[in-house]
Design a protein. Structure first.
Length: 132
């Protein structure tokens, strides 16, 4: 387990609770700290304000009126969070909207634990982690 993994704080924003739990278990087994799980934009914003994550695993389809792309843009603007889109949405329009936010990555569902591990490591490599 690397020092970066121990320090990395990850917020999972996913409208399917069982998927969020499975992803959290994978990430924790890899040594990352999952600081919260949210099913909506509002929950994500509240949780990110409490403990600013180093990375947000963001599903595009969320509960409520605000989707994950808009939510990612707000989290990046307010907190400088890196965002890794983890979604089943792969159409060209969605990918263009997601790309405009400047994500640290885009991972299509379904994926393997190894693919998630690689995508998270690459997303975290974008910039130095905060201390603490």
């Amino acid at each position: 387990m690397t020092h970066a993994r121990i320090l990395a704080r990850i917020l999972i924003v996913e409208d399917e609770v069982l998927v969020a739990i499975a992803n959290a278990e994978i990430l924790e087994d890899l040594g990352y700290r999952v600081i919260g799980m949210a099913v909506s934009h509002e929950e994500a914003v509240d949780q990110a304000a409490t403990a600013i994550p180093d990375l947000v695993l963001m599903d595009i389809r969320l509960k409520g009126a605000v989707d994950g792309i808009v939510s990612a843009g707000i989290l990046k603007e307010r907190h400088g969070c890196r965002v890794l889109f983890v979604t089943g949405q792969g159409d060209a329009t969605t990918r263009e909207r997601a790309a405009a936010v400047g994500p640290a990555g885009y991972l299509r569902k379904p994926f393997t634990p190894g693919q998630l591990a690689d995508a998270v490591a690459a997303a975290l490599a974008w910039a130095p982690l905060r201390s603490g």
